[in-house]
Design a protein around this ligand. Sequence first.
Ligand code: ZN
Length: 233
Amino acid sequence: MSDVLALFRIQKLELVIIDRTKRIKAINAQLEDDAALQAAQAVVDAAREAYENAAKQANELGTQIASVSDKRSESEARLYSGINNNPRELADMNREVEALARRKSSLEDELRRLAADRDTLLQRAEEAEAELAELQEQRQQENQALIGDRDALSGEVRAMLAQRKEGIQEIPPELFQRYNSMRSAKSNRPVAELRDGACTICGIEQNSSVLSAMYRTDAIVTCQNCGRILIRL
Ligand SMILES: [Zn+2]
């Protein structure tokens, strides 16, 4: 195998390695991206908080109702105890009992509304939690598939790197060094195929001196336009 052909094979291998490595990086980025999960978690947190606030308010109202109810019972007991016979005081006590009864009834109405809100909020929180759980499960399955792909790609890259190491041994060190120094400027393609008298990468037709050099010698010939090492396949 000619040196340039060996070099061209290394280039092909490196291009595949670069492609696989890019895919591995893209998979890693996908694995790290949990924006959707975070958004779903935020919905759950907000729904839970709203429910807990409503539940707390309802509990406090329940306590308040019990206290009003106790007060009313006490007032009623005093009213009907027969200890006090003063008509004006009895009338005051009666008004107080009635006021407490009205207060209790209005608090109970409020509690009914609050309890209904609380139940709705609980339902919403539970729905949000179910959605989050579903998303997590789906995500886990997707991640498993992605990790499988990534492992396969990593295995391929490892094998290709070993192949590359072996292939480099066949190339004269100074030629490989020249190739390496051209790599970044030539977009990882320092070697170009010559086809129908033209460089296949820049597309420029080569003049007769380049063409005759390609046919005549084993020396390294470069594209007259882009400077890439030319190969005839
Ligand atoms: Zn060229």
